[in-house]
Ligand binder design. Structure first.
Ligand code: G16
Ligand code: MG
Length: 218
């Protein structure tokens, strides 16, 4: 029986992926790496430094920067990203998310957060969700990021639940892989072709309701 939900943040609860992309694009173009949608998709759910490495590789510039230079580029991205985050309000919640979270709490499900973002506490506060997600995996304590199962396994542990008792919700292919590897039921939000590995697919967050989930699990 399902007793808990482990949520990704960016792209599921709010669309910070647009802000991440905007901030990364500026850095990519500054170092002469051409931006495209496929690159933007590949960065979803990936840690900050892994994202930078992927961008540099995409432009065949992976050997052109020292560790210190890379750190400076990552910091520059984050500064720009936080300027965008600080303009967020509860209006930035994706469609249906507020009602879905309330319905889960009312039905007695436990909730935790499995976001790769070091800024998730700040984003949650902006969205008015700090009290809803009192349990969040600290990404700085992870050995491996998504697609490794560690982060979603830890999300279940925070709830004192077995992974089989949890549903993980994700918008990124790397995240679905992490949920599946952890042994949880995976819900993919977005393009079902990109998220073909998910147990259940919804095209957007408006479809995310307990009734729809139960219908798909039956
Ligand atoms: C998110 C985003 C990623 C981002 C990562 C790290 O993961 O999807 O694109 O690179 O967080 O973010 P930060 O630079 O804020 O630490 P998730 O797991 O919430 O989708
Ligand atoms: Mg995400």
């Amino acid at each position: 029986d399902i007793k808990g939900f482990v949520f990704d943040l960016d792209g599921v609860i709010t669309d910070t992926s647009v802000f991440h992309s905007q901030a990364w694009r500026q850095v990519a173009e500054k170092v002469g790496v051409q931006w495209d949608d496929q690159l933007a998709d590949a960065l979803k759910g990936i840690s900050r430094m892994d994202s930078l490495n992927l961008i540099l590789k995409h432009g065949h510039r992976e050997n052109d920067f020292s560790a210190a230079e890379k750190q400076a580029l990552a910091t520059e991205k984050n500064t720009h990203y936080l300027e965008l985050v600080d303009q967020m309000t509860p209006a930035n919640l994706l469609p249906g998310i507020k009602d879905f979270l309330t319905s889960l709490q009312t039905a007695g499900y436990q909730l935790s957060l499995a976001s790769a973002s070091k800024n998730s506490a700040r984003v949650l506060a902006k969205l008015g969700l700090s009290a809803v997600f009192t349990k969040a995996v600290d990404p700085t304590t992870l050995t491996h990021g998504k697609p490794d199962p560690e982060i979603f396994r830890r999300g279940a542990e925070l709830l004192n639940l077995d992974p089989a008792q949890c549903i993980g919700v994700e918008d990124a292919a790397a995240g679905i892989q992490s949920i599946n590897g952890a042994g949880e039921t995976s819900i993919g939000i977005g393009d079902p072709q990109v998220l073909a590995a998910a147990d259940i697919n919804f095209k957007d967050t408006a479809e995310l309701t307990l009734a729809n989930i139960k219908a798909r699990m039956a």
